[in-house]
Design a protein around this ligand. Structure first.
Ligand code: DLZ
Length: 159
């Protein structure tokens, strides 16, 4: 999967939303870029947010679940998993992805999926939003979560 085909998301509103950013800590440099990109996007939208750090990506779903239950309008999950020489990569990616999707479906609170699952650190840096990178996945995850929260609000289905 590549970034080709990604839409330009237009956010119309969102300044009244409260967003939880849940961010893992593995791969510090890439994470710093993702968190900075997410916080910059939220500042531009004008949405209030709180940042919660968890140890690794495996821990993202349980804290996302707590945030969804605590009244946040949207959650943004950020993490980086880089393939190593063992099957650990598959287990952490699957647990984080399935867990985050389950939280979103069970709670009705949208979750921006800012989990990078990469073969190399170079691929992750290229998506980190840091100077010189091609993509800013922290920003993209915020835009997706906020845009979806606004759709749910319009439908009258926001929690
Ligand atoms: C153990 C582990 C490994 C090997 N790699 C990563 C990684 O690339 N990215 C990440 O976010 N977390 C990693 N972890 C930590 C697990 O997500 C988790 O924090 C630990 O297994 C403790 O539950």
């Amino acid at each position: 999967m590549s970034g080709a085909g990604a839409p330009a998301i237009t956010i119309d509103g969102g300044a009244d939303l409260k967003v939880a950013v849940v961010a893992a800590q593995w791969h510090t440099q890439v994470m710093d870029g993702l968190v900075a990109g997410a916080e910059k996007a939220l500042a531009e939208i004008g949405a209030a947010h709180d940042l919660f750090r968890v140890p690794g990506s495996f821990e993202l779903p349980v804290v996302a679940q707590a945030a969804a239950g605590a009244g946040y309008d949207a959650v943004v999950a950020l993490g980086v998993v880089i393939r190593g020489g063992t099957p650990h990569f598959e287990y952490v990616c699957a647990a984080a992805t399935d867990g985050l999707n389950r939280v979103a479906m069970d709670s009705g609170v949208p979750i921006g999926f800012g989990l990078l699952t990469c073969d190399t650190e170079e691929q992750a840096l290229d998506r980190s939003g840091l100077p010189g990178s091609r993509e800013d996945k922290g920003r993209e995850a915020v835009e997706a979560a906020v845009a979806t929260a606004l759709v749910l609000k319009k439908i009258g289905a926001a929690r």
